[in-house]
Design a protein around this ligand. Sequence first.
Ligand code: ISJ
Length: 122
Amino acid sequence: MTADVMAQSTDADKSPTTGSPAAATPDESTGTDNYTGAGKPLAASEIRGMRERIDEIDQAIIDLWLERSRLSREVGKTRMASGGTRLVLAREREIVERFRTALGPDGTQVALLLLRSGRGPL
Ligand SMILES: C=C(O[C@@H]1C=C(C(=O)O)C=C[C@H]1O)C(=O)O
């Protein structure tokens, strides 16, 4: 995300009491709602609704990411305590391939980050 995109949503858009975004806050000159970027109130309201679900999905991804990372470390510890190897590259290749098949080249990057988050950098 660029700094420019980040700059579009500031604390000024949020209620000082709840920290939640204030109700539609159209820009005085353009009529654009600063928080959603929408040009009309109806679109702003629709976007807010969809963003609620996006936020839920993001939280689920974060929770699953952390759970996977903990499990992966646990597997590594168990294997090493038994005199085994730290990593199993054949299994890692299988995982990278699953993500690549489902998501394309970006899937490869996601899988590599996921693997790194469990066992640290190579
Ligand atoms: C968790 C494991 O250990 C390591 C971590 C992996 C992972 O995060 O998926 C996969 C293979 C191993 O290099 C495992 O063998 O399943």
